[in-house]
Design a protein around this ligand. Structure first.
Ligand code: NAD
Length: 257
């Protein structure tokens, strides 16, 4: 498979799943645009190392995915967008009656509305080019609920709905739009939660992972960023040309239950 000559923009791609997807697309030959809201030296160094590792062009562009105008400007600054991966996301956990309004607004903005803005900005160029791939990183929580994650689950279910709608609107344009629904993936975000969970449950690390985090993941293993990257690369390949408007679960069996 080759994505040589294609330009991929991956939002929230300086760590975790976004970086795993950027690596997989670069390994398949795509030029990549990394994004976060930090604009630190290490963000630019990361892009340089990706470029030299895979012999592609890699750039970092700062944009805050909580702001609609930044989302649209990211697509414009990139100059070209054959592949759009909407990955940036945050989490907050609280009972609904205590859920802070600003957290609700931030999660809806970053985890859902950002994709509306980037897709709206990218689709005209994809139509003109006669080819496009949109991959939205949703979650098992785009298909199933858990308590205390109201904003995240509402946003991820919304993202799955947006995915289906965009697929219908672009079905005749050789553009596909799909969502990947990961279960638990051991990213820095998830790793950071382990010490708190150990304290809260009075358990050791392995027990927290097995009985708390992977409780609903029948494989009892984390999915990896490489597996999510491979799934994204497949969705961008010619073999996936007729796969559109759907979700692909990478969750060790979670949503089979
Ligand atoms: P992460 O914290 O490692 O990565 C999140 C990325 O988003 C970072 O690069 C961060 O800089 C970026 N980001 C956050 N706010 C931003 C903003 N306002 N503007 C621009 N960039 C911003 O987390 P991750 O676990 O890799 O999560 C990536 C995506 O995968 C998220 O959408 C998350 O909901 C989803 N997901 C993660 C898991 C998991 O278990 N880790 C499971 C299912 C879905």
């Amino acid at each position: 498979m080759t994505l040589k000559g294609k330009t991929a923009i991956i939002t929230g791609s300086t760590s975790g799943i976004g970086l795993g997807i950027a690596r997989a697309l670069a390994a398949a030959g795509a030029n990549v645009v990394l994004n976060s809201f930090t604009d630190s030296d290490s963000d630019h160094t990361l892009a340089e190392s990706l470029a030299s590792e895979h012999g592609v062009t890699a750039r970092y562009i700062r944009a805050d995915m909580s702001k609609g105008e930044d989302c649209r400007a990211l697509i414009e600054k990139a100059g070209r967008c054959d592949i759009l991966v909407n990955n940036a996301g945050i989490q907050y956990v609280s009972p609904i009656e205590d859920f802070p309004v600003e957290k609700w607004n931030a999660i809806l903005a970053i985890n859902l509305s950002s994709s509306f803005h980037t897709i709206a900005a990218a689709v005209p160029g994809m139509r003109e080019a006669g080819w496009g791939r949109i991959v939205n990183v949703a979650s098992a929580h785009g298909l199933r609920a858990s308590p205390f994650k109201s904003a995240y689950i509402a946003a991820k279910h919304g993202l799955v709905g947006l995915t289906k709608t965009v697929a219908l609107e672009t079905a005749r344009d050789k553009i596909t739009c799909n969502a990947i629904c990961p279960g638990y993936v051991l990213t820095p975000l998830v790793e950071a939660q382990i010490p708190d969970q150990m304290k809260a449950h009075n358990m050791d690390r392995d027990t927290v992972i097995r009985e708390v985090m992977l409780d609903r993941q029948p494989s009892k293993e984390f999915a990896t960023v490489e597996e999510i990257g491979g799934t994204a690369a497949f969705l961008c390949s010619d073999a996936a040309a007729q796969i559109t408007g759907t979700t692909i679960s990478v969750d060790g069996g979670w949503t089979a239950m």
